[in-house]
Design a protein around this ligand. Structure first.
Ligand code: 13P
Length: 251
């Protein structure tokens, strides 16, 4: 059915030599990895070098963001064409740090999703509530708004290019992960919502990752949940010693 998927978001960490060293270590350690799909998203400056370090490996190269335009007067932005040129095939969009620290709206996230899907990238669309939203009982409402807005104009065949990452903002980088049951409940809600936005088959096929303080100690219990198909890993993806056990959670 759905293939397990473990993705590493390196955020704003690692110089080029550091990135190449980690990517090389992962590529050799995962040379025989078949069951789990693996992606790493280094910072933009390291993409070309990491692509070379991953040559011959099955690890996918991801970007952490992209501009909603393909070219033009957009100082400081990086376009999907530039990312393709660097060997990127997967793009993370709508990460909570983009939404909450850099003010990206649902409308902007949707423009990026549409552009990336049209350009044939795989998209990881991030959704998730803040602590305040969870405490006021509006988690599902927030996630539904982000899903409907983020996927506006995305057709059912195009949905096959999209993975959802549920990342509760209060669990990111805090050491407080959602319990496997909490994560599963929101994932089930997301899958149900995809069923009503598209259809049952599309919902069943949708890969839904959990993100927020995922580490070797909690990945197994998360992956045991019916609706948790994988993880988007921040801090623990920065070292081979912690990322590899997450990828090999089943061994
Ligand atoms: P942490 O794993 O460091 O909590 O980060 C999660 C995340 O934001 C991945 O995109």
């Amino acid at each position: 059915m759905r293939q397990p998927y473990i993705a590493g978001n390196w955020k704003m960490y690692k110089t080029v030599p550091e990135a190449v060293s980690l990517a090389g270590a992962l590529a050799s350690a995962l040379a025989s990895e078949r069951g789990t799909k693996v992606m790493i998203a280094p910072p933009f400056t390291a993409l070309h070098a990491v692509r070379d370090a991953l040559k011959g490996s099955r690890i996918l190269l991801g970007a952490q963001n992209a501009c909603a335009e393909l070219e033009g007067a957009h100082t400081g932005e990086i376009s999907l064409r530039m990312l393709r040129d660097a060997g990127v095939t997967v793009v993370i969009l709508g990460h909570s740090e983009r939404r909450h620290v850099y003010g990206e709206s649902d409308t902007l996230v949707n423009r990026k999703v549409r552009c990336a899907v049209a350009e044939k990238f795989e998209v990881i669309l991030c959704v998730g509530e803040t602590l305040e939203e969870r405490q006021s009982g509006v988690t599902e409402k927030v996630v539904e708004t982000q899903m409907r807005a983020g996927l506006a104009a995305i057709t059912e065949p195009e949905l096959a290019q999209v993975t959802i990452a549920y990342e509760p903002v209060w669990a990111i980088g805090t050491g407080k992960n959602a319990t496997p049951q909490d994560a599963n409940a929101v994932h089930a809600f997301i899958r149900g919502l995809a069923g009503s936005m598209y259809n049952a088959a599309a919902a069943r096929a949708l890969t839904i990752l959990y993100g927020g303080s995922v580490k070797p100690e909690n990945i197994r219990d998360l992956m045991a949940m019916e609706n948790v198909d994988g993880a988007l890993v921040g801090g623990a993806s920065l070292k081979a010693e912690t990322f590899l056990p997450v990828v090999k959670y089943d061994r």
